[in-house]
Design a binder for this molecule. Structure first.
Ligand code: MIC
Ligand code: SF4
Length: 648
């Protein structure tokens, strides 16, 4: 029987289980990478496992998020990450080297491999024909410690591309925005998007990477493109032709669903506030005034994106009322556009060029003004993420963004009259690895340096047999991890300090949350009530560790996003599902819920009678944990579970 690409790669990496949708499957992983905002916890957790060295063929510690360094905390994290990488045999990518996903694509991604990254946009590597999955830090740490990576086998959906993009005004960003419009932020949950069809050859590797990167916003486990001649061309241009293998689906390969997309029919698209799936055509918003434009992020900061932007800005002026910020994705991109004198054209036009990092995408500077309209070539426009609660953030292609910055308003780039250069892929990129420190053989003399803000990892106690807890918050659908654990320059420095960061949990939704949680903890703990797709977005496990630290015992929701669900389990918080969605309506903030016989129910049919002691009725909730997940919850989380197994 013909196999799809996912089955081929999973088959070649199978550690245990069956490649059968809905069943647990264990995979051997080739590469693991971390970024600083999630990496400090990951590496602290790895350290707590007591091993001498990482047990995966390749591990990389990147620094790209926390770059403001307004005091000692961010640089202390950087030095910790550098020394811990040196101690345990990982590469270290220095601050300034670029955004992890862009750098990984240039330097390490390879077709046919499996990579995990502690960031939800790890699927960027799918553009290279690899399975690249975003995970929580503790999952990454256990895999670096030698365990296989276990996941529930997703469905594989084929995205069948035909036709050609209307270049240069329509880009890969418009393709993924259009897919988000069609499928929504829940459309990919439990699925891997496998791209195929004759239209694939119209897209080069960095364009494919834009699509797989933002596939994260579909809620998909990952997305993958074939590895073909264009992949070979790119790998040879970055000096890694020997990493190339061909990868394609067999004839007759099976898929759970097939989605057809005609690239020729795609127009410039834009996501409106406050969700990446709130997509319309750029044309339909013509004339809307723009205050700020930001170009970059792991989605659209490649050499190709920057060249297009430079061609539009050349000889023009950024509109009087617009602030234009640009962050190239990597040192390689930066160096190349500088050598070609493209940065000088950008500066002359009035752009503010930032360093190669996440920057405004994660609220590290570049916040818009009160009530302002900001259009960004980024991947997320959740409310408040930019740092300004009442800003209206839109998402569009780098081409559209550059055009808007000159015109001062939203306008279809096809009608702008501006000159936009067509891109010719370079046959050689600058290859300079001086910002990547390779692992050492002898690590005996290396001391891991931890500044005073780096606190030890918090661990939960084993599962109690009954829970009596207060409903601290009742929320709607699509709650993001940005809602649960905000980012931005005031919060990110505390990523290595759980007691301190826990004060910010849900702070953008309810500023009294952490205080109320601490008070409830004394009396048995708290429960959160969520709607559909609870925990979508980022992989930050802080959205589970900090609530755990505040005494949250369970989250009862209509459905969960994949990475956050795993993170909850990894930190001993029970993810429960409403059996009857009407029960959601009956609960109110402040109700006391009691769940008894947890251990027996968990090991049994996983249905739980939840008594609403305040209102005097009960309802049924269920969990859907596999055997390993059950044990993890019983032990109080993945760390105690792993330690016990290592000791036994
Ligand atoms: C994001 O885009 O939200 C982040 C910041 O890159 C996160 C990781 C984090 O919270 O550190 C992600 O996407 O996983
Ligand atoms: Fe960084 Fe933004 Fe990409 Fe997250 S989405 S990795 S914050 S650039």
């Amino acid at each position: 029987m013909g196999k799809n690409m996912v089955e081929k790669i999973f088959g070649a990496h199978l550690a245990y289980g069956e490649i059968k949708t809905g069943f647990p499957v264990g995979l051997k992983v080739d590469q693991v990478y971390t970024q600083d905002a999630t990496g400090t916890m990951t590496w602290l957790q790895f350290e707590a496992m007591g091993l001498d060295r990482v047990k995966v063929p390749l591990a990389v510690s990147y620094v790209d998020h926390n770059m403001i360094q307004s005091d000692y905390m961010n640089p202390d994290d950087h030095i910790f990450l550098q020394t811990v990488a040196a101690k345990y045999g990982a590469f270290f990518s220095k601050p300034g080297n670029g955004i992890c996903h862009q750098v990984h694509l240039e330097q390490f991604a390879a077709p046919g491999k499996i990579a995990l990254g502690t960031d939800s946009h790890t699927p960027t590597g799918g553009g290279m024909g690899m399975i690249a999955i975003g995970v929580g830090g503790l999952d990454a740490a256990t895999v670096m410690g030698g365990s296989p990576f276990e996941l529930t086998m997703p469905q594989v959906v084929k995205v069948n591309l035909k036709g050609k993009l209307q270049r240069p005004c329509v880009t890969a960003m418009d393709v993924i925005l259009d897919i988000l419009r069609r499928l929504t932020v829940k459309g990919g949950v439990g699925k891997i998007m496998e791209y195929g069809g004759p239209g694939v050859k119209d897209l080069n590797v960095t364009e494919r990477a834009t699509i797989t990167n933002m596939g994260a916003e579909l809620g998909a486990t990952t997305s993958i493109f074939p590895s073909d001649k264009r992949t070979k061309f790119y790998l040879s241009a970055v000096g890694r032709e020997s990493d190339w293998i061909e990868l394609k689906a067999d004839k007759g390969a099976k898929y759970s669903e097939i989605i057809d997309i005609d690239l020729s029919s795609i127009e410039p698209m834009i996501a409106q506030p406050h969700s990446p799936d709130n997509v319309v055509t750029v044309k339909s918003l013509s004339g809307k005034k723009v205050d700020q434009v930001c170009i970059g992020s792991c989605t659209n900061s490649s050499y190709q994106s920057m060249k297009a932007v430079a061609s539009i800005l050349k000889g023009n002026n950024v509109a009087e009322d617009v602030n234009l910020l640009i962050n190239p994705g990597s040192k390689q991109v930066y160096e190349m556009i500088s050598r070609e004198s493209l940065t000088s054209g950008m500066i002359a036009a009035g752009a503010r060029i930032l360093e190669a990092s996440c920057g405004p995408c994660i609220g590290m500077g570049g916040a818009p003004g009160t009530g302002q309209v900001s259009v960004r070539s980024y991947n997320r426009n959740f409310k408040g993420r930019s740092g300004t609660k009442d800003a209206s953030v839109y998402l569009a292609s780098p081409v559209s963004c550059a055009v808007f910055s000159i015109k001062g308003e939203i306008i279809d780039p096809r009608e702008s009259g501006l000159n936009i250069a067509n891109f010719k892929e370079p046959s050689r990129y600058i290859i300079n690895r001086n910002f990547i420190i390779p692992p050492r053989h002898d690590t005996s003399g290396i001391k891991v340096i931890k500044g005073p803000n780096i606190k030890e990892v918090s661990v939960k106690e084993p599962l109690k047999d009954s829970v009596r807890a207060e409903v601290l918050l009742k929320l709607g659908d699509n709650i993001t991890t940005d809602d649960i654990m905000p980012a931005g320059s005031a919060v990110l420095p505390f990523r290595s300090n759980i007691p301190a960061i826990s004060e910010f949990v849900f702070s953008n939704i309810d500023s009294t949350f952490s205080k109320r949680a601490v008070a409830a903890k004394e009396k048995g703990g708290g429960i959160i009530i969520g709607g559909e797709n609870y925990g979508q977005g980022s992989s930050r496990e802080h959205a589970a560790i900090a609530p755990m630290f505040l005494g949250i015992q369970a989250v009862i929701a209509k459905s969960f996003a994949r990475i956050h669900r795993s993170n909850l389990i990894n930190f001993g918080i029970l993810p429960l599902l409403f059996v009857n969605p009407e029960d959601f309506d009956k609960i109110d903030k402040g109700d006391i819920l009691t769940i008894k016989d947890l251990d027996v129910k968990l090991r049994g049919d996983q249905t739980y009678k939840v008594e609403n002691t305040t209102k005097g009725y009960s309802f049924i909730a269920r969990s859907s944990l596999n055997e390993r997940e059950k044990e993890i919850i019983i032990k109080g989380g993945l760390l105690p579970y792993t330690k016990e197994r290592a000791g036994s």
